[in-house]
Design a protein around this ligand. Structure first.
Ligand code: G3I
Length: 382
């Protein structure tokens, strides 16, 4: 009898031990999931793209930072853009034999191929940045363009865009066709293409609107299915003079000039002390307003910097990241959010804004910051 009782007790003990270890396993697996499941897991579930950029150092050498940046990009994100390597200064570094009739052989397609291969390997959405921008142009163009006629500016831009968009046809999902063409409440005038506004081309056409509309038309000719964007900064919050100008501009391009423009890229380089609830709800209002005119509005270069003298903490930054991600992604016409820097170690902020930094969701040692969990919480709650 005694023996029987002992056997039963031993069996119960065994069952309870194995149940405890099963529970522990579940908890342990959940912890592993939280460590290994990237942001993209949640984004994919909700039909969204969360992305980041690949900086030059990593583009040249995937093992940079002991491979930690590479690991962040491929585990966390399902969208990718290059920080610099697809800008004109890199794609058209050498002067083409005939700059008014650019051929594919004039373009440094190796950069494009490398970008596409990496992104495809990890099933990432591919953002082309950028076709026409006043900045980061080749030094030969900087010297020559001021002497060009309006028609020569048209010929150069047309052949460059046509070659580029046809080469990338079906391989790039969205392109920034024109970047940062607005300053406050007017067009930027200190550009290599400014002559199009004061001199007519050989068809008698003159003005920025005309030129910008053609840029979109040429990009569409090269690839009928790619999404085409106007991209800029300080245009995010509804009702500022730059925001008003941008909204009027893109609507006019589409309605009066039949430009095939699909969307606006809201760069979103924010300073922490400006990211109040009111500010972020005005970003939502911009997305809604653009949506009413059938524009996509993506967040294309998000970072939130903290500068010397700011009283805000990393917890405030978490709230700001959470707020912008849930505000933007709760709108159907915002499908993609790209962050501008995988970690605080890979961010442009430190070298461009004195006394500022900590702008990304991973710290300088590639560890997740509160901001990371803000994004994660926003994605999970969608
Ligand atoms: O390539 C030269 C190198 O030869 C030289 O030794 C080195 C010395 O400073 O500079 C290198 O050029 C740097 C370039 O990035 C490539 O690394 C420039 O100094 C530096 O100013 C440049 O910064 C880029 C910036 O655009 C230029 O405006 C940033 O990396 C890039 O993240 C940033 O990206 C822009 C977007 O394209 C458009 N929206 C704003 C965003 C932030 O400015």
């Amino acid at each position: 009898m005694k023996c029987k009782v002992l056997v039963i007790l031993a069996t119960l003990l065994l069952i309870s031990c194995s149940k405890d270890s099963a529970d522990e396993n579940i908890i342990h697996n959940k912890e592993i999931d939280e460590i290994t499941v990237g942001l993209k897991t949640y984004a994919i579930e909700k039909g969204k793209f969360i992305g980041n950029l690949m900086r030059d150092g990593m583009f040249d050498n995937l093992q940079v930072n002991n491979g930690l940046t590479d690991n962040l990009l491929k585990t966390e994100y399902n969208a990718l853009v290059l920080g610099n390597k697809m800008k004109m200064s890199n794609l058209l570094r050498t002067r083409p034999q005939d700059p008014f009739n650019i051929k594919i052989g004039d373009i440094n397609t190796a950069n494009i191929d490398k970008f596409i291969a990496y992104a495809d390997k990890y099933d990432m959405r591919k953002r082309g940045h950028v076709m026409i921008w006043y900045n980061q142009i080749p030094s030969w163009l900087k010297i020559e363009a001021p002497e060009w006629s309006a028609q020569q500016i048209y010929d150069f831009s047309k052949s460059y865009i046509l070659v580029l968009s046809s080469y990338c046809k079906g391989k790039i999902d969205e392109w920034d066709v024109i970047n940062e063409a607005i300053v406050n409440n007017g067009f930027r005038e200190d550009t290599w293409y400014k002559i199009v506004n004061t001199q007519a081309n050989s068809n008698g056409e003159i003005g920025y609107h005309n030129y910008f509309a053609y840029l979109f038309k040429w990009a569409r000719l090269g690839d009928p299915n790619v999404e085409l964007f106007y991209n800029d900064y300080n245009i995010e919050a509804f009702g500022t003079s730059k925001n008003n100008f941008m909204r009027t501009f893109v609507k006019k391009l589409k309605s009066d000039y039949s430009a095939p423009i699909d969307g606006v890229g809201l760069q979103s380089h924010f300073k922490i002390n400006l990211t109040t609830n009111d500010f972020i709800s005005r970003v939502g209002k911009t997305i809604d307003d653009l949506g009413e005119s059938n524009f996509i509005a993506n967040i294309t270069e998000l970072d939130i910097r903290i500068c010397n003298g700011d009283t805000q903490t990393l917890e405030d930054q978490k709230k700001a990241y959470k707020n912008i991600v849930s505000t933007a992604f709760s709108r159907d016409n915002c499908k993609t959010i790209l962050i501008w820097g995988p970690s605080d170690n890979d961010s442009w902020i430190n070298s461009h804004f004195e006394g500022c930094g900590q702008a990304t969701p991973h710290d300088e040692n590639f560890n997740r910051k509160p901001a990371y969990f803000g994004i994660q919480e926003a994605l999970m709650a969608l």
